[in-house]
Design a protein around this ligand. Structure first.
Ligand SMILES: [Zn+2]
Length: 317
């Protein structure tokens, strides 16, 4: 019987509460390679009972990078997708002369395309020296997370996380801090691995890519929505994509569709119907989620806009 309740256990950090919604007493989901996975009873987020220490993570990624040959070729194959995606971000934002930050950018090939389609400033955030070197050759500033913390508040129009939050020990903290850098009215884009909303119960069904310490969080639409809203954003578009049939077959028996209906009603109207029924409310079976959210305009900027509207309508004397 577990009677141990310390917050930090050597060598890694233990997680007594849900790292996304803060709910206490998460329950056991299962065990992978001798490590326990827990599921939150409230937001149904799944995470490792024991998170890696900073030293373990740094050692892991240092060895990953040296093995990471071929990254440029892999990303180069996505150029067309990057270009369309960058245009989509400009369109969804609706502004001009935009500044974008891509957190966990790896080699900043996407940001090159963002500059090509009209963004005027592109900031990459990554620990990798290769990413910095690549950026330097192409006029893109790639910063460390510590340097990114120092940029001015309210200076970004678009904040992007593509397959990066699930690798962090504390994605909530990262997003909350980064959201301060986003101007009112700015856009947040997240795409990452998705799991359907599960029952809060133990299961022997393995989670895709549950490899410690590279994948530390297993988001579902409820935990993603919780994190995005806690960081001060409002979802404006949400769906899942790809492998929805096979994921439905794998996870269908532990999916809690009733809970999804209860918790995600507000997402029903912001799906993408072209993705099909299984990728939308209330199922969300696709293997990746695609979320767009907006930082609400501040009261001051809304009053200014209302003022312009009002004065613009004054009759000419
Ligand atoms: Zn939770």
């Amino acid at each position: 019987m577990a009677t141990h309740h310390s917050t930090y256990d050597a060598p890694g950090r233990s997680q007594p509460a849900c790292p996304i919604c803060g709910s206490s007493a998460p329950t056991k989901y299962g065990v992978k390679d001798g490590r326990e996975l827990r599921i939150c009873r409230d937001c149904r987020h799944i995470f490792w009972a024991q998170m890696p220490s900073d030293e373990q993570l740094h050692a892991f990624y240092a060895s990953e990078y040296t093995q990471g040959h071929g990254q440029e070729e892999i990303q180069a194959a996505n150029i067309e997708y990057y270009r369309h995606h960058a245009v989509d971000l400009v369109t969804k934002h609706g502004g001009a002369a935009l500044c974008i930050a891509d957190v966990g950018c790896s080699l900043p090939l996407f940001l090159e395309q963002a500059l090509a389609v009209g963004f005027n400033t592109a900031i990459g955030v990554d620990y990798s020296q290769e990413a910095r070197d690549y950026g330097e050759r192409r006029g893109i500033q790639v910063m460390s997370p510590g340097e990114f913390d120092q940029i001015e508040n309210d200076s970004l129009d678009v904040l992007r996380y593509s397959h990066s939050l699930e690798h962090m020990v504390n994605p909530m903290d990262n997003l909350v801090k980064a959201s301060r850098k986003v101007r009112a009215g700015g856009l947040l884009h997240i795409t990452q691995p998705n799991f359907p909303v599960f029952k809060a119960t133990e299961s022997s069904i393995p989670l895709k890519d549950s490899v410690w310490p590279s994948h530390l969080h297993f988001f579902n639409p409820v935990s993603l929505k919780c994190m995005v809203e806690a960081a001060g954003f409002r979802l404006i578009s949400f769906c899942t994509v790809t492998e929805e049939q096979s994921c439905a077959a794998t996870y269908g028996q532990i999916a809690d569709v009733d809970y999804s209906v209860r918790m995600l009603k507000s997402l029903e109207a912001i799906g993408e119907h072209v993705r099909g029924k299984l990728n939308n409310f209330p199922y969300y079976y696709g293997e990746n989620s695609v979320a767009f959210a907006r930082k609400p305009a501040s009261l001051t900027s809304r009053l200014n806009a209302a003022g312009r509207l009002f004065f613009g309508k004054l009759p000419k004397l």
